[in-house]
Every structure is written in structure tokens, then in C-alpha cells.
Write a protein that binds this ligand. Structure first.
Ligand code: ASP
Ligand code: MG
Length: 440
């Protein structure tokens, strides 16, 4: 069986839904994971925020605007009378629930419930659309099998048992549609796999049913060798290994949720990135196989904060790093890059929720400097650290204002910390140099 995931833009309009229908209607049995229609998750988050800040009128306005959009989409998409009234009833019940929630006390549970409606809407509408078009489709409610544990990790045993049970109870469908992103938490409340989490849903399901392949369909043709938003001459990479894809996804390549490859890596289930606008293109194939040599791709991750921690007493002292790391551990803040000298340690974080508390604790035994608006530029490729061309990289770095560099931590990754304001120039310079598009 195949698992195919389609993102928000693929179910954002009638044309794109028809396009997806044509892609999946090839006679093969498959699971189709859908995101919310584009813009919906953001709109629902705004509604939840309005409720949080008691902007009731504003919340109601936003809800009614979103409702109108859905009514319009459905009126253009579903002509079959019975299916139409089924969809109308479903949509109205969701929007009634949203309207009622403006008077409920705000909690994270309420916000998660509101945000989950995006995927519930898109899958309901799309499954009825496919029925109208004569496809043998069945809607699987993700909340009946997708669950995370108390560490927010997928509860794989539970997911495998329940997913396979549900699918075995419905053996006659050709296409199983389900919601990406949403799940239950360990206490049974509606939760989610974080923004962009539908990709992760697809590989979690792929692992649960030992799928032949997981396909992530978006509106670009795969992982690019540099960020196409900032660098003009980029191209799709045909093959990546799981480690390279994981590094790129984590360090800013927006195309994939950072955890996507984890569930399928050990099972060696390939992940293929495909473009809905040109379905016959190869896209990017991610497997255990290593292809090519040298630097393969460059990505950038914004919103990084650098913290320099300096101790006069670090000289020849031991236990300093332990003290520092314990504070980050206490505030559950993960560290991305780290460099040390004999008297100082510099590190970066992207989650600044507990920054003030962390700094206060560090200042009890060290001098602390905090710099925000930093970007990590990451160069990825198989064993690049050992590649003979890589040291030449240092030649170009004289033109770039590098704040920190991490070389050798992983043989597939070199990371540079720069000012966010220098990002575009850095990406372009590196592109020219590394990929030889124009002589540097
Ligand atoms: N709808 C969710 C989001 O916008 C999940 C996803 O699209 O993958 O983040
Ligand atoms: Mg996405």
C-alpha cells in the first residue's frame, strides 16, 4: 500500500482538488493524508487568539468569514444533492461549535480543538467530492488511531494496533482518506503534531502499515539545493539519504516537517517528494542509499538566538559545561549549535520561551550575552566534512560575517551562524561558490 500526503495548497481550490483526484485515481489501494485547506489553520489560530484575548466580536467576524469561504467552495464543488446536504450539515455543525466556543474559557485544549477543525473540514469535503466523482473512498477519523504519549512522541504501538484494526474492518475501500496533523494526547484530549505536522502523520502511518512508499505532494518539485525564495538559480535534488533530508528539514527547508523521516528511516520505507503541478517529474527520493559527493544543499533557519556564556573560572575547571547544560535541560530548551573556547561557550537556541529564566540562572555563575535575529545556514551533503573540496569553503567565508561555525559535529553538516540581515547575500555567495553556477 502507498501513503500519499497532500498539503494545503493541493486542496485549496476546485482545480487543485480535481488535480489531486486525478493523481490518486490510478486503481491502486492507498491511504491519502490531507492537511487543512490553505489559510485555514492560520485563520483558526487567529480565532483561538481572539478568544484568548476576549476579542469576541472579532472572533465571530473571523468565524463567519471562514464559514462563507467554505460555503462557496462547497457550492462550487459538490452538486450531488444527498452529498451536498451531508456536507452542508457537517460544515454548519463545525461552525456552530466554533461560534459557541467564543464564550468558553480559553485553554490550550480549546485552542487545539479549534485548530483541528481545518483537517476535519478538508477531509470531509474531499472524501464526499471523491464519492461524487465515483471513487471508492472511505474516511478514517485520525482521532481514532493517532495518539501521542506524555513526551509528545507518537504512541506507535497504539497507532499500529488501531490503524490496522480500522483498516481491516473496512477491507473494500480503494482509497482511505484521513486527517494529517491532528491526534489525541496521552489523556485523550485533541492535540496536534505541530505546524506542518501532516507530513509526519503520513510517515507515522507509513510505518504502521509497512507501506511500500510514502509520497509527500506539495506545489514544488522537491528539496532544492538552496532556498528558491532567495536564490534565483536553484534546482531540485533527485536523491537524498534520510540523514541529509533530516538535517535539511530541521535547518529550514520548509518543504518537510523536521521529524518526517524518523518513523520510516529504520524500516527503510522510501519517502518521495512530488509536485502536484507536474506529477510526472521525479521529485526528490529519500532512502537509505547515499548518492553523490560534496555539498549537496544549503538551507537557512531564522529566529535563532545566540547566547555567549563566559566564566573567568573556566580555565582548567571542570563541571562548567555540566552546570550550563543542566539549566537548558531544566527549561526543556534544546540547543542547536555549540562552540567552546577555554573560557567561554557560545550556543544557539530557537525556542526563547524561557530565555529570561535561563539567563537569570546562568548569570549566577557567568557573564552572559544574548544576541537575537541570528540565522543558521547549514550546508548538507554526504561526508562533506571529509570531502577534498570542502576546505575551500573557508576562502569564501572571508566575505561573510560568520558569528559561529560548527564543523565536524556530524560528517554530513556544516553550520554557520550569521546575522539574519546577511542571510540572502550569504546564501547567494555560497550558492555561486559551492555549486559553481557562476564563477565566484
Ligand atoms: N494544517 C497544519 C498546518 O498548517 C498541518 C499541515 O499543514 O501540515 O500547519
Ligand atoms: Mg507542509
Amino acid at each position: 500500500m502507498l501513503v500519499l500526503k497532500f498539503g494545503g495548497t493541493s486542496v485549496g481550490s476546485i482545480e487543485s482538488m480535481t488535480n489531486v483526484k486525478n493523481i490518486i485515481n490510478d486503481g491502486q489501494r492507498k491511504v491519502v493524508v490531507l492537511s487543512a485547506m490553505s489559510g485555514t489553520t492560520n485563520a483558526l489560530l487567529t480565532i483561538a487568539d481572539c478568544i484568548k484575548f476576549k476579542e469576541i466580536e472579532n472572533a465571530l467576524e473571523q468565524i463567519s468569514e471562514l464559514h462563507q469561504n467554505y460555503k462557496l467552495t462547497v457550492s462550487q464543488l459538490i452538486h450531488h444533492n444527498e452529498l451536498r446536504s451531508e456536507v452542508d450539515t457537517y460544515i454548519n455543525s463545525i461552525f456552530d461549535m466554533l461560534k459557541a466556543s467564543v464564550n468558553v474559557n480559553y485553554t490550550t485544549f480549546l485552542s487545539n480543538k479549534i485548530v483541528a477543525q481545518g483537517e476535519l473540514l478538508s477531509t470531509f469535503i474531499f472524501s464526499r467530492f471523491l464519492k461524487q466523482e465515483g471513487l471508492n473512498v472511505c474516511l478514517l477519523p485520525a482521532l481514532e488511531f493517532m495518539r501521542i504519549d506524555k513526551f509528545n512522541e507518537p504512541d506507535n504501538f497504539y497507532i499500529r494496533q488501531n490503524f490496522n484494526r480500522i483498516i481491516n474492518e473496512l477491507p473494500n475501500a480503494d482509497i482511505y482518506i484521513t486527517q494529517g496533523f491532528i491526534c489525541l494526547d496521552a489523556d485523550g484530549h485533541i492535540a496536534n503534531l505541530q505546524r506542518g505536522g501532516s507530513d509526519y502523520t503520513a510517515t507515522i502511518i507509513g510505518a504502521a502499515l509497512h507501506a511500500e512508499e510514502v509520497q509527500i505532494w506539495t506545489d514544488i518539485d522537491g528539496f532544492h539545493n538552496n532556498d528558491p525564495r532567495f536564490v534565483p538559480e536553484t534546482h531540485a535534488i533527485s536523491n537524498l539519504c534520510f540523514d541529509e533530508a533530516a538535517e535539511l528539514a530541521y535547518f529550514g527547508a520548509k518543504i518537510l516537517h523536521p521529524q518526517t523521516v524518523i518513523p520510516v528511516r529504520d524500516l527503510d520505507i522510501p519517502v518521495r517528494l512530488k509536485n502536484t503541478n507536474s506529477p510526472s517529474d521525479h521529485g526528490t527520493l529519500i532512502t537509505n542509499q547515499v548518492h553523490g559527493e560534496g555539498i549537496k544543499a544549503i538551507a537557512a533557519k531564522d529566529g535563532i538566538t545566540a547566547i555567549k556564556i563566559k566564566s573567568a573560572r573556566m580555565l582548567l575547571a571542570h563541571g562548567f559545561l555540566k552546570k550550563v547544560f543542566e539549566i537548558f535541560e531544566k527549561y526543556e530548551t534544546s540547543i542547536d549549535m555549540i562552540t567552546t573556547s577555554e573560557i567561554a561557550i557560545s550556543l544557539t537556541i530557537d525556542d526563547t520561551k524561557n530565555l529570561n529564566e535561563i539567563v537569570a540562572e546562568l548569570e549566577k555563575f557567568a557573564l552572559v550575552e544574548v544576541d537575537s535575529f541570528r540565522t543558521i545556514v547549514c550546508l548538507v551533503g554526504n561526508h562533506i566534512v571529509y570531502h577534498p573540496d570542502t576546505p575551500k569553503l573557508f576562502q569564501i567565508l572571508q566575505d561573510v560575517n560568520v558569528r559561529m561555525i560548527s564543523y565536524g559535529g556530524s560528517s554530513n553538516n556544516i553550520s554557520l551562524l550569521i546575522n539574519t540581515g546577511d542571510k540572502i547575500e550569504t546564501l547567494r555567495k555560497l550558492n555561486r561558490y559551492v555549486f559553481d553556477l557562476v564563477p565566484a
